[in-house]
Write a protein that binds this ligand. Structure first.
Ligand code: KIV
Ligand code: ZN
Length: 514
């Protein structure tokens, strides 16, 4: 079996998704989970973008021991220096240098002729070579670049000292036949191509990112770049879980495998979704809530007779399993502890106590506490954002013949309690107006979404919001059996994160890759 290397860019290209802004702690949390998942390479960010980005890459580099940590760099010395600085503590550092190569980018963005592109990239690789033994060079927009120029650039990169050459379909324009052909052509025409690894990096604008990456593998790519849940710029990147499962399920066809620990996929996917606020569509391949659900009678009948009639992947493969233990109001500490072990959580005594208290509280409001409920409250406060504001009480009055109103009581870090009342065009609007009155923060609600954590009318609701203030936006989440309370909690969580961000001005709000 050929080994396919996995280059995870959830923390860089994934973080370029609109509305996503991870702080340093969140980036480290995701990186540590990616390490457990067994990715080979982690692109931790773009250090030259801001001192805050550099610090975040540095924190990831110090925390992760079992993966290569990579920093992105334009073909400029100051960017390369920023990556050097950021990767000082890394066990296994590497740099990813890129320059656009397509006629459109050469003419309109770079205003360079082919010769200048070749020279600029070569100079950058040679400079990086002084400090890094592992260098990846990317031909940005390779998908729309002339084939002979791709070969020329690849040849130059090999001679200058790159160890990986990446041929991205930056704008998601390719189809699998065309994209595969780029790899085939480079393999067949570039001297010493066996000395380096070829990498594929696809975007999903036409829904072909996974198919294109697989076509690259069939034509000689050694590495796939992508993100968890396929998040990323515009329509996103190749979803790494899809590549891993496609290779696993169809190893007979591809003859290749990743080194991923597949059982960590569900957990990694949930973590990325929670921390980025990017909700996974129910029908998303591999990690969507319905990916293993069988609704039609014919399918259910087939499944009962023999699972393989309609199931090509067992949910257990990605770390999802049906738990036999159903918890409720009368379940004790012992059963709860067993459940935590069953779900794969390793908590210390103190954390078990806190979680058990939360469980008891939930069991009072809900007949059956499902695995999803437990995961949701265990993962609710993964990263403790300093709580400038804490929701103490909420009261809502709604009638379809009257104006909705809400009152909220909020405690501040100074220990002061403030209460306000407001009206709105709906209950959530009234709550948010009342919170605004308490905090006097001028914020804009950019996004609001709600989903149920499990089934049944007593299910917990999980709300995600994105708040914007000037150029900064922050995501917040809230969980409760009452969706109005969950809405208030999500709003306050986002406010607290926004305030935290304001205090760390070194962090840029969005990456500019010009
Ligand atoms: O899509 C792209 O081309 C990129 C490069 C920086 C590799 O993300
Ligand atoms: Zn990209």
């Amino acid at each position: 079996m050929r080994k396919i290397y996995i280059f995870d860019t959830t923390l860089r290209d994934g973080e370029q998704s609109p509305g996503v802004n991870l702080n340093t702690k969140e980036k480290v949390e995701i990186a540590l989970q990616l390490e457990k998942l067994g990715v080979d390479r982690i692109e931790a960010g773009f250090p030259a973008a801001s001192p805050g980005d550099l610090a975040a890459v540095n924190a990831v580099a110090s925390a992760v021991k079992n993966a290569t940590i990579i920093g992105l760099s334009r073909s400029r010395e100051q960017d390369i220096d920023a990556v050097r600085e950021a990767l000082k503590g890394a066990q296994d550092p590497s740099i990813h240098v890129f320059l656009a190569t397509s006629p459109i980018h050469r003419k309109h963005k770079l205003r360079m002729e082919k010769e200048q592109v070749l020279e600029t990239a070569e100079r950058a690789i040679l400079y990086a070579k002084k400090y890094f033994s592992k260098i990846e060079f990317s031909l940005e927009d390779a998908g729309r670049t002339e084939l002979d120029f791709i070969c020329q650039m690849t040849d130059m990169a090999i001679r200058a000292g790159a160890s990986v050459v990446n041929l991205p379909d930056t704008v998601g324009y390719m189809n699998p036949i065309e994209y595969g052909n780029i790899f085939k052509t480079v393999k067949e025409n570039v001297p010493n191509i066996e000395k380096i690894q070829l990498s594929a990096h696809c975007h999903d604008d036409l829904g072909m990112a996974t198919a294109n990456a697989l076509a690259a593998i069939l034509n000689g790519a050694d590495q796939i770049e992508g993100t968890i849940n396929g998040i990323g710029e515009r329509a996103g990147n190749t979803a790494l879980e899809e590549i891993a499962l496609a290779l696993e399920t169809r190893s007979d066809y591809f003859g290749a495998k990743t080194g991923l620990n597949l059982k960590e996929i569900a957990k990694t996917s949930r973590l990325v979704s929670k921390l980025t606020g990017m909700v996974i569509p129910g029908n998303k391949a591999i990690v969507g809530a319905n990916a293993f659900a069988h609704e039609s009678g014919i399918h259910q009948d087939g499944m009962l007779k023999e699972k393989t009639t309609y199931e090509i992947i067992s949910p257990d493969t990605i770390g999802l399993h049906d738990s036999k233990l159903v918890l409720g109001k009368h379940s004790g500490r012992h059963a709860f502890r067993e459940k935590l072990i069953d779900l794969g959580y390793e908590l210390d005594e103190e954390a078990v106590n806190v979680a058990f208290a939360k469980f008891k509280d939930l069991a009072d409001r809900k007949k059956h506490v499902t695995d999803e409920d437990i995961r949701a409250f265990l993962e609710e406060k993964l990263i403790d954002t300093p709580e400038v504001y804490t929701l103490e009480a909420i009261q809502v009055s709604y009638g379809n013949q009257s104006t909705p109103s809400a009152s909220v009581r909020i405690r501040t870090t100074e220990g002061e309690t403030r209460e306000e009342v407001a009206i709105g065009n709906g209950s959530v609007d009234a709550i948010y107006n009342a919170i605004d009155k308490v905090t006097a923060e001028a914020v804009e609600l950019e996004d609001y979404s709600i989903k149920s954590v499990s089934q049944g009318k007593d299910a917990q609701g999980e709300v995600h919001v994105v708040l914007k203030q000037d150029d900064t936006s922050a995501h917040g989440r809230g969980l409760s059996t009452d969706i109005l309370e969950a809405s208030a909690r999500a709003y306050i969580d986002a406010l607290n994160r926004l305030i935290e961000k304001r205090k760390s001005p070194g962090r840029r709000d969005k990456m500019s890759l010009i």
